[in-house]
Design a protein. Structure first.
Length: 707
């Protein structure tokens, strides 16, 4: 009937007009920190109409310091609604007088920071055993997650004695649960047979709950409770459809897509042990709570504070003048929660990661830097700050080199913003373990300048080739003019600020002259073959249905042309540039491309490049609905020979390969078979590692591998 803001507003209106009255002698307001306008109005009315006491949780450390953003809202609240007289004798000076141990820990990745949880727990237990006074006191522990996706990993990392004695106050994405695929599959079956109604839905939920309850080893004890929320969500979903008379008019495909989108967006509350030894929560859930020992993970500046820039026509100065939410006030919200944890804690550990996606460096939170400076200059306290680096801690080195399948690994399924690229599929073909570490866990090694040369060279060439053909298109450009355009395009690329790393690594005269030569060679060859250029660096995507799942595929092809065949007909051509060493351009079959000969033998060199260009053909063929495509691999040191060949017959005679309807059908079937090697994996089965001594020697993951 109304969203929460409208209900607040209506309550304030009725209270102001005395349409409602509260039958109570005294009102106590407690647990608030950031007040919006309607809350302020309600509190003013309560203060004026009733005997109301206000209780605020704060510390003089940041309240008295006008430059500290943690006190922004508390200063405003105390001015509008003074603290209750009940608290006049209480000390609010804890941070400055509280002896504390603060550990600031750097870790390259989230996954390498997780084993620190066990070390942290062991250190706390060890220190308590030496303190006879506090030995019998209950442990008051909190693990704070700034990234909620770490919940399942943290639960797996916790020692066995803590795992079932943990209180989880964070929401958990439904699409990362074991139930998601199971429930979705059954609901889709109802849609297919036209039986999508309340009775059948409730029966499915009931049967699933009974099956879970009967399992002997049900480690996910909260799943039955989670089904109740799913049931309520589906009931509300049906109510909306029935109210708008849309239930029978929506087609099967639309209904499935809506169901997938709705269920994948749900967050479930995990019902757990509220009296457990460890509290696992987000930063916002720590309000009004004090802990003796705190471990905060993902304490990076991009999430602490999490300042998302909102699109708005209201200028920043207006927002500031009228005390509307802006970036400064948002930072104040996070600062308050951050400093609140310092009120009573004996020890706080902050863990931040140093490497982000695509090898970008990450920074520790500005609040940690602030505390470092402030506490060093703080007089009359016994605060000690220690620094640790997990990469240098031998105790954290994993002894297990095998990785096991978890249904939560499949987050690229049915989630539109998760896609599989040809390089990801090549990893899967080459080695399941490499696919797991690279594309599921997203472990990336920072690439030093010495090893970045080949990547920088390829980036410059691909981008400049695209820009070159945007200018020359299919015009009859003379060689001299083409050289001038190439010179301009290359110079423009390396002078851009975002390409500073490419310029530093590959911006010397020798490499740039080589790139210009290759660009001119390609131009001359295309001119000789009378190629009709269509586009370059274009992204294509396609949703592939594998059983009851949708897998989102995406790729960016280097260029697409129209070329003339020997019989005078024009055919679509897809070209993939290769700046590395020349490799074979022939293959036997699609099975030969996607499935190694045995578990101990990887594909021969060159097949990964052929698979990549055929993958682009698959995307274009299905998207553009063309009849035939000619795929080509253009190695820059050998641009005249670029046709892809297929070996046929017993003698293996090679002929030019064209991608047509028959090839598309075979390629898609092999692709589905490849993806099913993941989709049909059972919980707890091992990711296979293909052992190839030569390739494993240079693999980025050899230190994390079981081979």
């Amino acid at each position: 009937l109304a969203y929460s803001g409208k209900m607040y507003k209506e309550f304030a209106r009725r209270l102001e007009n005395k349409e409602i009255s509260l039958s109570c002698e005294k009102i106590k307001v407690i647990g608030f920190s950031v007040l919006n306008n309607v809350e302020q109005k309600i509190f003013r009315l309560l203060r004026d109409y009733y005997k109301t006491d206000f209780y605020w949780d704060y510390d003089k450390y940041y309240l008295d310091d006008k430059t500290n953003e943690a006190g922004i809202f508390i200063r405003e609240n105390l001015k509008m609604f003074p603290q209750s007289e009940d608290l006049k004798d209480m000390s609010f000076d804890n941070i400055a007088t509280n002896p504390q141990e603060i550990n600031i820990i750097s870790s390259p990745y989230e996954t390498t920071s997780l084993p620190y949880i066990t070390m942290w727990l062991n250190e706390i237990l060890s220190s308590r055993n030496n303190e006879t006074i506090t030995r019998n006191k209950k442990l008051n522990l909190a693990i704070i997650l700034n990234d909620e996706s770490l919940v399942p990993l943290v639960m797996k990392t916790l020692p066995e004695e803590y795992r079932h004695q943990t209180n989880i106050t964070m929401g958990y994405p439904f699409n990362q649960t074991f139930l998601y695929n199971e429930v979705l599959e059954k609901l889709n079956a109802l849609v297919d047979c036209g039986n999508f109604n309340r009775e059948n839905i409730f029966n499915i939920i009931k049967q699933t709950a009974q099956a879970l309850s009967q399992e002997e080893k049900n480690t996910d004890w909260w799943q039955v409770s989670a089904l109740k929320k799913i049931c309520l969500e589906l009931d509300g979903f049906l109510s909306i459809l029935e109210k708008n008379e849309m239930l029978n008019s929506i087609g099967e495909k639309v209904m499935k897509n809506v169901l997938i989108r709705h269920l994948s967006s749900l967050n479930l509350d995990i019902i757990s042990n509220g009296l457990g030894k460890v509290q696992l929560m987000g930063l916002l859930e720590t309000r009004t709570l004090d802990f003796d020992y705190v471990l905060m993970l993902s304490a990076n500046d991009d999430v602490l504070p999490h300042l998302v820039q909102e699109m708005s026509f209201i200028p920043f100065s207006f927002r500031t003048a009228y005390k509307m939410m802006n970036t400064d006030r948002k930072a104040g919200v996070f600062a308050y929660y951050f400093y609140r944890l310092l009120h009573k804690a004996k020890r706080i550990d902050y863990v931040f990661t140093t490497v982000g996606g695509e090898t970008k460096l990450k920074e520790k939170s500005r609040f940690i830097r602030q505390v470092e400076v402030e506490f060093k200059n703080l007089k009359g306290t016994t605060k000690t700050i220690y620094y640790k680096n997990l990469t240098a801690t031998k105790a954290l080195r994993s002894t297990s080199r095998e990785y096991y399948f978890d249904i939560n690994d499949m987050n690229f399924i049915d989630t539109k913003d998760k896609t599989l690229s040809p390089s990801a599929l090549n990893n899967l073909i080459h080695c399941q373990q490499k696919f797991y570490l690279n594309n599921i866990r997203h472990l990336r090694e920072e690439i030093e300048d010495d090893n970045y040369l080949a990547i920088a060279f390829g980036n410059i060439f691909h981008s400049c080739a695209s820009e070159l053909y945007k200018i020359v298109k299919n015009d009859n450009v003379e060689d001299k003019q083409a050289k001038q355009i190439i010179e301009s395009v290359v110079q423009d690329y390396i002078t851009r600020e975002e390409n500073a790393k490419e310029k530093r690594v590959c911006g010397d005269k020798v490499h740039l002259n080589m790139i210009k030569k290759y660009l001119f060679d390609v131009f001359k060859q295309d001119k000789k073959e009378k190629v009709e250029y269509l586009c370059g660096e274009k992204e294509y995507s396609w949703d592939l249905q594998v059983d009851n799942h949708i897998v989102h595929l995406k790729g960016r092809l280097d260029r697409m042309d129209l070329i003339e065949t020997k019989n005078g007909n024009k055919v679509l051509r897809i070209v993939d540039y290769k700046t590395g060493n020349v490799k074979d351009r022939w293959f036997k079959s699609f099975e030969n491309l996607m499935f190694p000969a045995s578990e101990t033998k990887s594909r021969k060199d060159g097949l990964e490049n052929i698979f990549e260009v055929l993958f682009y053909c698959y995307l274009v063929f299905n998207t553009e609905k063309v009849e035939k495509i000619k795929p080509e691999l253009m190695y820059l040191t050998q641009i005249k020979e670029k046709e892809i060949l297929i070996a046929k017959g017993k003698r293996g005679e090679k002929e030019t390969f064209y991608y047509d309807d028959s090839a598309n059908e075979q390629f898609e079937q092999c692709l589905k078979t490849l993806l099913n090697t993941l989709l049909q994996k059972q919980q707890g089965t091992k990711y296979d590692a293909i052992i190839n001594e030569e390739k494993c020697k240079y693999c980025d993951y050899k230190l994390l591998c079981s081979v």
